[in-house]
Ligand binder design. Structure first.
Ligand SMILES: [Zn+2]
Length: 273
């Protein structure tokens, strides 16, 4: 599932290809992938519009158009954008093809949980999925004081709090497990039980882990690719995620795999407390 580093990598690799380009044609192969207001058609919404901005909020990618409207991409499990300099036929998982002045943008999604949502001008601020989101973990508005206040007295597991997009946005299972290992904190500890020194370690670990994920171009297990079709390499730097039963890279003890709040979690019983 694309998390913050994967979506940020798609944004960075896509921007130079599509910014300033005009949409010439839209082909929706599977209508379920493209959500738009009643009585509007994809062609009417997008044709002739120029792409003027490409931003990210949490795990969402936002394509801003010149009339103030926005395409919000929710990638969920396996959604992705790939840019092709020359027009070409889609694969069997290509659901939307956006033809630009030069090149084509393909929206692909094998599991079909993702969506492209067309939001008319002036309506973005009211979009529920975006305005519930907490601060961006790698931005300045996410500070230790805010983090401590949000977790204060919280009984739920710290892992669940990290995955709660209303506290901080962008973390999923991979980067949450990695950040907890880096900070030396057990995933099932009640969030409110962390001491200030531990909160600082975790705050720092979240930011460092996400930045390393972005530097590596994201994590590729099966499907994820950037907008140029290249795989990420953070899978080679994972220390706990996907390594249940394997030796801890720090101490050698076999890593433990359990479920925390319904999500698979891997940790080291010696290195995390
Ligand atoms: Zn260990």
């Amino acid at each position: 599932m694309p998390e913050l580093p994967e979506v940020e990598t798609i944004r960075r690799t896509l921007a130079p290809h599509i910014l300033g380009q005009t949409i010439k044609k839209v082909r929706v192969v599977w209508p379920g992938a493209f959500v738009l207001p009643a009585k509007m058609t994809p062609a009417r919404a997008l044709r002739g519009r120029a792409v003027v901005s490409l931003n990210r909020r949490g795990k969402y990618l936002l394509l801003g158009l010149d009339d103030g409207s926005t395409i919000v991409a929710h990638f969920r499990m396996t959604g992705s954008f790939v840019f092709y300099p020359r027009p070409r036929a889609g694969s069997k998982h290509t659901h939307v093809i956006i033809s630009l002045t030069a090149g084509q943008l393909h929206y692909t999604d094998q599991r079909k949980f993702g969506r492209l949502q067309f939001v008319p001008a002036g309506e973005l601020a009211a979009l529920a999925c975006l305005n519930k989101l907490g601060p961006e973990p790698i931005a300045e508005d996410f500070d230790l004081e805010y983090f401590a206040k949000k977790l204060d007295n919280k009984k739920s597991a710290i892992k669940a709090a990290l995955l709660d997009q209303t506290i901080i946005c962008g973390l999923g299972n991979i980067y949450a497990d990695e950040a907890l290992f880096r900070a030396g904190i057990l995933p099932f500890r009640p969030a409110g039980s962390l001491k200030l020194s531990e909160l600082f370690l975790l705050y720092d670990a979240v930011r460092v882990t996400l930045r390393e994920g972005i530097e590596s171009g994201g994590t590729t297990f099966r499907d994820y690719k950037d907008a140029d079709g290249h795989s990420g390499s953070f899978q080679n730097r994972l220390r706990v995620y996907g390594r249940g039963g394997l030796p801890c890279l720090n101490c050698g003890r076999a890593l433990t795999k359990i479920k925390v709040s319904g999500r698979a979690s891997v940790y080291c019983a010696d290195c995390q407390h």
